[in-house]
Design a protein around this ligand. Structure first.
Ligand code: OOG
Ligand code: MG
Length: 262
């Protein structure tokens, strides 16, 4: 760790205020180029602590930057992990208020729900599939607090990996009979297909993103608890949205999920 506890708390407050007040900020590594990975996750944890103290609850976890399309779009080469709290959750078909957000983008995701806890190190896709209750389609709405969505990996980790809203829907399907690599993914904006892909775009197999998360937490002595919902990461590039847009995601064998921006 390179930052003091006081600086970590200040940066967490700074980034969380940007989220809650829907305004952008410059990336924090501009002022703190010395910060390291532990500092980045410590800032994210401090944002979580602030939310829990205010009565919010964790309702899921996420892996991000797990597909080449996303890594290329954002100019980074390693996945990141974040948390999802209660007020991020939007019902299927629900409305999302643009004025509560800065510059939102949507991305198609495969969501996993676990029936058993997963603990690294050494977690692999076999363990993930064995522990998975079902998968379902999810639209993630990301909203980097950084100006023009420009950041480096440490800055984006501190910013809880741009987490903002998510929508789950479709069908909850057990993984036993599915080949998650070849599941087709089509996301439409206002009726036009704007993002098309397949599950394998996520680290070769979306379960690998869940295994990486378990191994990341395992290195810190933590686990993914049974029952956790996890977004495995955008399959394609994220697509910018504005007021009036309607987004619909369909995933082969898993059905569809949608939301509207007002
Ligand atoms: C970081 C969040 C990435 C994903 O699924 O790749 C993410 C960003 O692109 O702003 O959620
Ligand atoms: Mg995502």
């Amino acid at each position: 760790m390179k930052l003091t506890q006081k600086t970590i708390e200040q940066l967490a407050e700074h980034l969380e205020n940007a989220e809650l007040q829907a305004h952008d900020v410059v990336k924090i590594t501009d002022e703190h180029p010395e910060m390291d990975w532990d500092d980045a996750y410590a800032i994210q944890n401090e944002i979580l602590r602030r939310k829990l103290a205010r009565g919010n609850r964790v309702v899921g976890l996420k892996a991000g930057l797990t597909s080449h399309a996303k890594m290329k779009q954002m100019g980074v080469e390693t996945p990141c992990f974040g948390f999802l709290v209660d007020y991020f959750s939007v019902p299927d078909g629900g409305e999302i208020k643009i004025k509560e957000l800065i510059h939102p983008k949507v991305e198609p995701e495969i969501a996993f729900v676990l029936k058993r806890a997963l603990k690294g190190p050494g977690c692999h896709i076999g363990a993930v599939l064995a522990a998975t209750d079902f998968v379902m389609p999810g639209i993630e709405i990301i909203d980097s607090r950084y100006r023009d969505f420009k950041f480096d990996l440490k800055s984006v980790i501190a910013d809880n990996c741009s987490s903002s809203r998510f929508v789950l829907g479709g069908q909850a399907v057990p993984v036993g009979q599915l080949d998650l690599r070849t599941l087709g993914v089509v996301m439409e904006k206002n009726g036009e297909a704007v993002a098309i892909g397949a599950g394998a775009a996520v680290l070769g197999h979306p379960a690998a993103a869940i295994a990486m998360l378990a191994n990341h937490l395992g290195a810190r002595g933590e686990e993914i608890p049974a029952g956790t919902m996890i977004l495995s990461g955008g399959v394609t590039e994220a697509v910018a949205v504005g007021a009036g847009d309607h987004v619909n995601l369909r995933i082969q064998a898993l059905g569809g999920v949608s939301c509207r921006f007002i």
